[in-house]
Design a protein around this ligand. Structure first.
Ligand code: Q0N
Length: 287
């Protein structure tokens, strides 16, 4: 880093530093997590893929919502961002019934207060995408909350605006991805307020870490779907009979290489840009 920066927050695989009063630096590492555990082995360039994809979507969705990106750094993994006042909810949109949405549906017939038709099956596409907010759990898992609870947390007006923005972003990303053979099953956005009180898209967006990407090829409702990016890692971990608690296993070279190739493939399919061109000049995704 060229400027002194104070570390302000850590995610499992990303770090956030303060550059000054108005600006943050968001750095995506090459760490990978599976079954909620960060593994000891890095996936080379994973952080660059995620940062490049976020910047790609940010450039294309400014008409839908302004975003926090000020400047993509030449390392391809760091973004200088506007500092926002983040909403205390995760803005999740689901187009398919999977993960905690599927679990909640099986238990209650509802997901975050949306009552769904009876007889839906795992991984089924919903008739319409639904906004399913969650609280930001500082330890462990985000917890799904109802529309009413989310509305109480942020206020009715901001809730309605956040829902509109999140659904519009999901629809845009899902439609784009579908034409490139990728199903965007669900995704999570973080929104914040700028000093004028305008809602701004923050964090990373429409990446494999903030979304479930499924290969459209071979999609079949009624069962779990393979992950576009992490399936080699999951299969390898399952083959070990690992108990899915820390510490996670080291990954062998072929699993690392195969997984890196899947991240790069997701980048190239979605952006239509050669990943080497991104490495040479990250600004290619913003043009
Ligand atoms: C912020 N988080 C949660 C990176 C992601 N633009 C912003 N302004 C103020 N705060 C935040 C952002 C953003 N983005 C977002 N925490 C603070 C997710 N973090 C966790 C750590 O790694």
């Amino acid at each position: 880093m060229s400027e002194a920066a104070t570390h302000v927050a850590s995610g499992k695989v990303r770090e956030l530093y303060a550059l000054d009063e108005e600006r943050l630096l968001l750095v995506a590492s090459d760490r990978i997590s599976t079954f909620d555990v960060v593994l000891p082995t890095d996936i080379p360039d994973k952080g660059r893929v995620l940062t490049g994809l976020s910047a790609f979507w940010f450039a294309r969705t400014t008409e839908l919502v302004p975003n926090h990106l000020l400047q993509l750094r030449a390392d391809g993994r760091s973004m200088e961002c506007r500092r926002l006042e983040m909403l205390p909810i995760e803005c999740v949109v689901r187009g398919y019934l999977t993960g905690s949405g599927w679990k909640d549906y099986v238990a209650t017939g509802e997901v975050c207060g949306h009552r769904l038709a009876e007889g839906l099956v795992e991984s089924q596409q919903l008739p319409e995408p639904i906004f399913t907010p969650a609280t930001k759990a500082h330890t462990g898992h985000d917890e799904n909350i109802t529309r009413e609870q989310a509305s109480e947390l942020v206020g009715a007006d901001l809730f309605a605006e956040a829902e509109r923005i999140a659904l519009a972003l999901y629809r845009y990303g899902a439609e784009w991805a579908a034409t490139r053979g990728i199903i965007l099953a669900d995704t999570k956005f973080e929104l914040g307020l700028d000093p004028e009180g305008t809602l701004v898209l923050g964090d990373e967006a429409l990446t494999p870490d903030s979304s479930r990407f499924w290969p459209a090829d071979g999609y079949e409702a009624g069962r779990g779907q393979p992950s576009f990016d992490k399936q080699f890692v999951r299969d390898y971990c399952e083959s070990l009979g690992w108990g899915k608690t820390a510490p996670g296993p080291e990954l062998p070279d072929d699993v690392v290489a195969g997984t890196r190739a899947r991240y790069v493939e997701a980048f190239e399919r979605l952006t239509g840009i050669a990943f080497d061109d991104y490495l040479a000049d990250p600004e290619v995704v913003s043009r």
